[in-house]
Design a protein around this ligand. Structure first.
Ligand SMILES: Nc1ncnc2c1ncn2[C@@H]1O[C@H](COP(=O)(O)OP(=O)(O)OP(=O)(O)O)[C@@H](O)[C@H]1O
Length: 237
């Protein structure tokens, strides 16, 4: 599966917010067809790493390339190459799921997307609420729509920050399918989550962050099951 140019190539990433060093020298390499779990305790630097990869905040130091594009040089191109489900927010409260899809299609220049849009809304259990404004959505409904939108334009890199948080079993299934589909068409997927077992089901690789630094890079299978739980706990202490 490995190829010469990784879809995601992060080397020596530092992100500082004033006095706070949120990310401290992190390396990430993710290839086409990989799904990588980003794990670690609250405040470990997972969301900040995701935000840099999505082109939302700039790196303070280090190289960050998405599909060979340097995020510092061309953050707009990186935004085009990535699909990003942020950990919170991202939806327009007064817009419906269908309007979100229309907006995404217009911004991304997608043609003939309507049938797929309807299919995706059904897959994520949002068909019945396709024309209801999202301000009344439950947390899990909002998560499901955010994952759908992130994957909708079939990006080269799919970034899902806490996609399973508060999501019901059917929503989890739809999200796992979206990850599998993205991998099958050659995208690299990064999934930040606290749900280790689900992450191991969804992913092939795992990165563990602690205090902003990478403490382990493993095969997802190394963190699966009871034995994996012990390995993970030891990495967090
Ligand atoms: N905009 C910001 N300004 C100041 N500090 C920030 C900012 N964003 C993140 N931080 C700090 O950076 C560190 C890493 O935060 P980050 O959100 O990346 O962690 P995380 O691993 O995603 O945590 P969680 O699992 O709780 O979502 C924390 O100490 C956090 O307080």
């Amino acid at each position: 599966m490995q190829e010469t140019n990784p879809r995601v190539d992060v080397r020596g990433l530092w992100v500082r917010f004033g006095e706070v060093a949120a990310v401290q020298g992190v390396d990430v390499a993710a290839h086409a067809g990989w799904a990588t779990a980003l794990l670690g305790r609250n405040g470990a630097g997972k969301s900040t790493t995701m935000r840099v990869l999505a082109g939302v905040i700039p790196p303070t130091e280090g190289l960050v390339a998405v599909d060979g594009v340097d995020v510092r040089r061309d953050p707009l191109a990186v935004k085009r190459l990535t699909g990003y489900c942020p950990d919170v927010g991202g939806l327009v409260p007064r817009a419906t799921p269908w309007e979100h899809l229309q907006l995404a299609a217009r911004l991304r220049g997608l043609q003939g997307w309507e049938a797929r849009g309807r299919d995706q809304l059904e897959r994520f259990g949002l068909g019945d609420v396709a024309h209801r404004v999202t301000s009344g959505f439950s947390h899990g409904m909002g998560r499901r729509l955010s994952v759908l939108l992130a994957a909708f334009h079939e990006p080269a890199v799919l970034l899902l920050d806490e996609p399973f948080d508060g999501v019901d079993p059917l929503g989890v299934e739809a999200t796992l399918e979206a990850i599998a589909d993205a991998r099958a068409r050659g995208a690299a997927v990064l999934v930040s989550t606290h749900l280790r077992e689900l992450a191991m089901e969804a992913c092939t690789e795992a990165l563990v962050l602690r205090g902003g630094a990478r403490v382990a890079s493993l095969a997802a299978s190394d963190l699966a099951g009871e034995e994996g739980a012990g390995v993970y706990r030891a990495l967090l202490d």
